[in-house]
Ligand binder design. Structure first.
Ligand SMILES: N[C@@H](CCC(=O)N[C@@H](CS)C(=O)NCC(=O)O)C(=O)O
Length: 233
C-alpha cells in the first residue's frame, strides 16, 4: 500500500496518473495547500519542502521499513523502478526518459508555474513578468512539439516523462498557449487525455476538490509570500 499525500494540482496529478496506470494499491491523503495543511508537522516529516506530492511506501522492494519520498520527479522514478514499468529497461531508452523527466522538472513545470502566478494570481499585473514567462512557456512547448514530431510519446514507449509533462499541458489556456500552434503536442495531449487511467486520475481529483474553485484570498495569503522565517516549524 502507498499513501499519497496529494492535492489537486499538476504535480499531484503526475502521481495519481502513475498509480492508476500501474494499478498499485494506494490511499489518497488530501493536503489542502490553500488551507496551510502542508505545514502540518507530520507532513513536514516526510515533505520538508512543504509541497505536495509526497508518498509513503509501506511495502518497499527491500522489505524494510516504509520509505517516504517528496519531489514528484523522484517519486515517479522511484515508482517506475519499484514496478519495472514506464521507464525503458535499456540504457539509451532510460537515458532519454530521464532527460525528458528532468526537463519537465527543471523547465516546463517551474516556468509554467511562474506563468500561472504572474498571469493569474499576482495582485498586480506586471507586463514584463507575464511576457517573460508566457514566452518561455511558449519556447518550451516548441521544444516538446519538435520532440514529438514522428513520435507517439516523449521517450519511446509511454513513460514517466509523459506522465510528468501531461498535467502541465492541461492548463495550456491559462498559460496563454494555443495547442493549434503545436500540432504534435496536441495529438500527444489528446491521446494521453483519452487513456482510461488518466481519466481515473482526474476523477479522483474531482472527488477530493469538486469543480476546483478559483483560489481564495485566504489561500493566496498561505501560498504566496512564504519566507524561511515564516515557514520555519
Ligand atoms: N518540485 C516540486 C514542486 C511541488 C509543488 O510546487 N507543489 C505545489 C502544488 S503543485 C505545492 O505543494 N504548493 C504548496 C505551497 O506552495 O506551500 C515537485 O515537483 O514535487
Amino acid at each position: 500500500m502507498i499513501d499519497l499525500y496529494y492535492w489537486t494540482t499538476p504535480n499531484g496529478h503526475k502521481i495519481t496518473i502513475f498509480l492508476e496506470e500501474a494499478g498499485l494499491a494506494y490511499r489518497l491523503i488530501p493536503v489542502n495547500i490553500g488551507k496551510g495543511e502542508q505545514f502540518a508537522p507530520d507532513f513536514l516529516k516526510i515533505a520538508p519542502n512543504n509541497r505536495i506530492p509526497a508518498i509513503l511506501d509501506h511495502a518497499p522492494a527491500d522489505g524494510g521499513a516504509p520509505v517516504s519520498m517528496f519531489e514528484s520527479g523522484a517519486i515517479l522514478l522511484y515508482l517506475a523502478e519499484k514496478t519495472g514499468q514506464f521507464i525503458a529497461a535499456d540504457l539509451r531508452g532510460r537515458a532519454s526518459t530521464l532527460e525528458w523527466l528532468f526537463w519537465q522538472m527543471a523547465g516546463l513545470g517551474p516556468m509554467a508555474g511562474q506563468n500561472h502566478h504572474f498571469s493569474v494570481y499576482a495582485p498586480e499585473k506586471i507586463p514584463y513578468a507575464i511576457d517573460r514567462y508566457v514566452k518561455e512557456t511558449n519556447r518550451l512547448y516548441g521544444v516538446l512539439d519538435r520532440r514529438l514530431a514522428g513520435r507517439d510519446f516523449i521517450a519511446g514507449a509511454y513513460s514517466i516523462a509523459d506522465m510528468a509533462c501531461y498535467p502541465w499541458i492541461v492548463s495550456h489556456k491559462r498559460q496563454s498557449q494555443n495547442l493549434d500552434d503545436f500540432p504534435n503536442v496536441k495529438r500527444w495531449f489528446e491521446s494521453i487525455r483519452a487513456r482510461p487511467a488518466v481519466e481515473r486520475a482526474y476523477a479522483r481529483a474531482e472527488e477530493i476538490n469538486p469543480a476546483q474553485p478559483p483560489m481564495s484570498d485566504e489561500a493566496k495569503k498561505v501560498l504566496f509570500g512564504q519566507t524561511a522565517a515564516n515557514t520555519a516549524r
